[in-house]
Design a protein around this ligand. Sequence first.
Ligand code: ATP
Ligand code: MG
Length: 390
Amino acid sequence: MSRSQEVLDEEFVRLASIALRIPESRLSGMLKRRVLQKVSRFFPDHYRFDKGIAGLETGTALFKTDEGIETVKGFPKIQRAMMLAPVLTTHFKGTTRVAVEEKMNGYNVRIASIKGTVIALTRGGLICPYTTEKVLEDVGEDFFRDHPDMVLCGEMVGPDNPYVPKDIYPDVDSISFFIFDVRHKNSGKPLTIGEKHELCGHYNIKTVPYFGEYSLDEAADSIAGIIRKLGESGREGVVIKDPEMKLPSIKYTCSQSTNSDLRYAFGFYNDYGRDFFFSRVVREGFQAVEWDEDEEALRDRCCRLGESILEPMISTIKKRQQGERITEDVQIRVRSLETAYKFEEHLRRMGIDAQFDEPQMVDGQYLIVIRKFNQSTNDRTGAILNGQLW
Ligand code: ATP
Ligand code: MG
């Protein structure tokens, strides 16, 4: 590390210590261990927590401004209900009603205005240049002009999506941003569900579909009905929230979405962590029991699960056998090639090995296919086909 970089870090540590009320020595230690990392390039003086610590979630981003340090807290992890009915009574004890929202399937983004510039942060606290270009199409600058102290948290969904491409939302042809939480900068404190809807309505900002409030005793049945409907249209599930946003939210998802995750991931079976597969299979077990399925429904569930596991794997093995390389193809659509170049660098920084195809002009924008190399699945499959032992 250069001398001037060290001086910059010292200044940052001093200011961050005041803002976060964490001793300077502890922050310096975290910088050394790279729990706290400086991110250069797209925004000056930006730091991120690569791992969470008490009170500061993973992905918390810190910015040095003229006034000191501004903090955009990491988005809190949402725990999953496996058995809906018992979870509702234990988790929401003390409340009488719950708010139910659609859980949209894309990637988590936090938007904030820092020194007058609107930026989009992905889960880990990096500024994504592609997302930043895109969110500005959905969220006008006027919101942040009036509320520079707010953070909009939402999901980027749609097919032109370099992280989680899904073509399951009829109104989204390319990629679009839907808000699920509005939070205060620095404290991370959320607005209530009512306040969020009022504020977003006022600025014409899209929010995730809202199913309304349910009394706690009818919620499990109502949510099961919503989940069945959502599943039929390939959607992911719901997030169940305390209308006052004082208790943590919980999530519950559809069997169809679990299967579509498995179908996708088993095509790259060696690149995904084993827990990804295991936790999804377990979900299916609990849902089948809670919904007390008859023989026919159970058989359907078993077949669906087996097909979601084996079919993509067989197709990957055959592809490799024919000498094809295993890639995960995604696409982006940009107005300026500059954004694509910056995004290429962003992916490299995240350690993703990808190749960008030549841009094609579609409706005045550049459509670019990105081939992510799933090296581990590729190599392992090739080796096994050549006789390697497991
Ligand atoms: P993590 O919980 O760390 O994000 P994960 O991959 O397990 O990791 P998901 O299973 O996708 O996360 O569930 C949590 C995510 O769901 C949130 O981070 C958010 O991006 C997304 N989400 C979609 N719709 C909503 C909603 N209505 N309210 C809150 N979060 C939502
Ligand atoms: Mg998700």
